[in-house]
Design a protein around this ligand. Structure first.
Ligand code: ZN
Length: 105
């Protein structure tokens, strides 16, 4: 039996209803919040998504000639083109992205 921590430590496939999701050890992708998506991308939350799951990260950067482009917005999206034609997306904030956010300094 899995001991439930204070916060989820793993992301499971969307609409997962396993015991870990019920106890809060993990969170199904469809219920994840932006900070959890950022944690998945930077490796601090465990990835328990199914193989061949595509997550798309769109970054919008402000570019000034001669300087490092500054990230203005970041969106993670998921699209399961199967029978459900399921689409999910999350807008990540500078706080979500942490050190990877060029414009946060
Ligand atoms: Zn689960």
């Amino acid at each position: 039996m899995t001991h439930a921590p204070a916060v989820p430590v793993a992301i499971d496939p969307p609409y997962c209803g396993c015991v870990d999701c019920i106890t809060g050890y993990s969170v199904p992708l469809d219920q994840a919040v932006p900070a959890q998506l950022a944690a998945l991308l930077n490796g601090t939350m465990a990835n328990r998504l199914n193989s061949h799951t595509d997550l798309c990260l769109d970054l919008t950067c402000a570019v000034s000639r001669g300087s490092v482009p500054v990230i203005r917005s970041a969106r993670v999206s998921y699209h399961n083109g199967g029978d459900m034609d399921d689409r999910l997306s999350w807008d990540l904030s500078p706080a979500d992205l942490g050190a990877n956010w060029q414009g946060s300094a």
